[in-house]
Write a protein that binds this ligand. Structure first.
Ligand code: DGT
Ligand code: CA
Ligand code: ZN
Length: 574
């Protein structure tokens, strides 16, 4: 799948153009194209030019560039740009929080050639004093570098899962495997993963391993053995494949799915019962008699436990809960009846209402809420009061014609730096659903940001807090907030918390979701779609919800439209 490579190159072109001080519209066009390609479910390599032109933001020029990359592995204008901009300067641009202007300044004044040198000088406070660079700037640069280093160790779920699934498909097709499954943190749907663990059962491990190390995905073979092989993919991700006998597959799957902490708990329980568990099976201690191991559930059954879903296996109470018979009945993708955070062309989305409705109906939804940005977000073409009322009229007219589907009039209202809402209550009252979120002032103190979110929750028209911590995995840390206090107020004010399914957000995260559920807070799982293919991010949101122990009843967008609106507006009557 070439989508991410091409999106990466388009972003790089945008950076390079920015350094050169080129036309901002051209720069924006590249960034938007990158975003849209990255969000695409289909591989661009398989698309005709006509099909490429259907991707929002892709015109003839960019479509040609995509095809040039697919046939030659390069884009000439990109190579030319790189020659114009020194390599060292381009390297500096990879640091999040370091914009082209500052990068250029540092490169020209201090002759910084790479990130190590930048880190060194920032630590020694050698950057301050340059125009526009303060202690804070140095801190942010160091934090950005830290993030790059961390980012190399762990990759977002969404980048890794498609690669892993593709490898599994290849191995299933080309080799004789009886069973094959993803294991490790990827199977537990953690928001970031270190590597890909795959487990297979085969009577001919040699052939499977041979096929594995020759897959088109392989950049480097780290080791090749009869039971375990490891490779590095072109994306730089390590993949470990283990091959076992069919009769041990279940035990091995349980073992390599982890987590390590969960496994330790199971082994302790086993010892107390005179049993022994390892990757080969589950055995009676006294005579080593094998009691099971072909199926994963053997392990749980023999321990006297119900099956524990992989998303819960973190030793955060799932074993106790299993013993009591009180494991949650986890929410599933098919429970979701609609998406409550969607952007249209009217702000920074790429589609008309009609296109969004069709895409939502194709996914079996009964409703979506249009939640374009409010006026404060100029960069996202935020709506003025007047435009928002125009949008409302249009939506009402569309709803008159729709059967079996509802377009919900909403707004993503910006919580301003001073804590006020970007729209007055008179405007918010006219919306069927109000999603409030923070898009600025990320570096305010913990008290200030907490206060802003609390004031949004205390507004009777705000039904949902969107992406409550503002993180972008690998790009921006969560802002500092007093989450315990926020959750307490969410409960008191009956404000729902969003699990934003956009793969770099996944925010609320699993840990806070579990806490919030324990307090009885309600959730929505929303994709924040800007391009219709992003509706499919819902599955990532549901995975995080599962990791947060959520059940269907905890999530409002599993409800029918009528009940949903009643619940979302309940706080208005108080
Ligand atoms: P990651 O890769 O950091 O995202 O997280 P995991 O959980 O995939 O960790 P990984 O890849 O090191 O190991 C995969 C699974 O193998 C892990 O979840 C449990 C099992 N495992 C690995 N090493 C040990 C160990 O020393 N003891 C036990 N009990 N299990 C282990
Ligand atoms: Ca792993
Ligand atoms: Zn949004």
């Amino acid at each position: 799948m070439k989508n991410q490579e091409i999106a990466g190159i388009f972003n790089e072109i945008a950076d390079l153009l920015e350094i050169k001080g080129e036309n901002p519209f051209r720069i924006r066009a590249y960034r938007r194209a990158a975003q849209n390609i990255e969000g695409l479910a289909k591989d661009v390599a398989g698309l005709s030019k006509e099909e490429l032109l259907e991707i929002p933001g892709i015109g003839h020029d960019l479509a040609d560039k995509i095809q040039e990359y697919i046939t030659t592995g390069k884009i000439k204008s990109h190579e030319d740009l790189k020659k114009e901009v020194p390599e060292g300067l381009a390297a500096l641009l990879t640091v999040p929080s370091l914009g082209p202007k500052t990068a250029k300044l540092l490169y020209e004044r201090l002759k910084i050639k790479d990130i190590d040198e930048l880190e060194h000088l920032a630590r020694e406070h050698k950057l301050t004093g340059l125009p526009g660079i303060k202690d804070k700037t140095e801190e942010n640069i160091l934090r950005g570098i830290e993030m790059i280093k961390r980012g190399k160790e762990r990759q977002p779920l969404s980048r890794v899962l498609p690669i892993a699934s593709d490898i599994v498909t290849h191995l299933k097709k080309n080799t004789h495997v009886e069973k094959i499954n993803i294991a490790g943190s990827l199977r537990r749907s953690k928001d970031t993963v270190k590597d890909i663990d795959i487990l297979a059962a085969s009577t001919n491990p040699h052939d499977v391993m041979k096929a594995f190390v020759h897959l088109p995905h392989v950049k480097e073979v780290l080791m090749q053995g009869p039971t375990k092989s490891s490779i590095i993919t072109h994306e730089g991700i390590q993949v470990d494949l283990r091959v076992v006998e069919d009769e041990s597959f279940g035990a091995a799957l349980a073992y390599f799915t982890g987590s390590k902490e969960h496994n330790i708990r199971l082994r302790e329980m086993a010892v107390k019962k005179g049993l022994k568990i390892n990757e080969y099976g589950i055995f009676r201690e006294k005579d080593n008699k094998k009691l099971g191991g072909q199926d994963e559930n053997d392990v749980y059954k023999i321990l006297g436990l119900p099956y524990i879903p992989p998303e819960l296996r973190e030793d955060t109470g799932e074993v106790e809960s299993a013993l009591k018979g009180s494991l949650p009945k986890l929410i599933e993708l098919k429970d979701i009846k609609g998406d409550l955070h969607v952007h249209s062309k009217q702000s920074d989305g790429s589609h008309t209402f009609e296109e969004l409705i069709k895409a939502a109906r194709d996914r079996g939804y009964e409703y979506i809420a249009i939640t374009d940005h409010s006026k404060g977000l100029g960069v996202a073409r935020g709506l003025s009061e007047e435009r928002v009322m125009g949008e409302k009229k249009e939506i009402e007219a569309i709803n008159k014609k729709l059967k079996g589907f509802k377009l919900i009039m909403g707004i993503e209202v910006d919580i301003r730096s001073d804590g006020r809402m970007d729209f007055s209550d008179e405007v918010l009252e006219k919306m069927d659903i109000v999603v409030a979120s923070i898009h600025s002032g990320f570096r305010q103190s913990k008290e200030q940001i907490t206060k802003r979110i609390v004031s949004a929750m205390k507004n009777p028209y705000v039904s949902i807090i969107a992406h409550p911590t503002g993180r972008l995995i690998g790009e921006r840390d969560p802002y500092e907030i007093d989450m315990d206090y926020i959750l307490k107020i969410a409960k008191e004010t009956e404000t729902a918390m969003e699990i934003n399914a956009y793969p770099l957000r996944l925010d609320l995260n699993d840990i806070y979701a579990k806490k919030a559920k324990e307090l009885g807070i309600k959730f929505v799982i929303s994709t924040d779609t800007h391009v219709i293919s992003q509706f499919d991010y819902m599955s990532y949101g549901v995975s995080i919800a599962k990791r947060g122990w959520l059940e269907k009843e905890d999530v409002l967008n599993t409800m029918r439209y009528d009940n949903l609106i009643k619940v979302l507006q309940r706080k208005r009557g108080k």
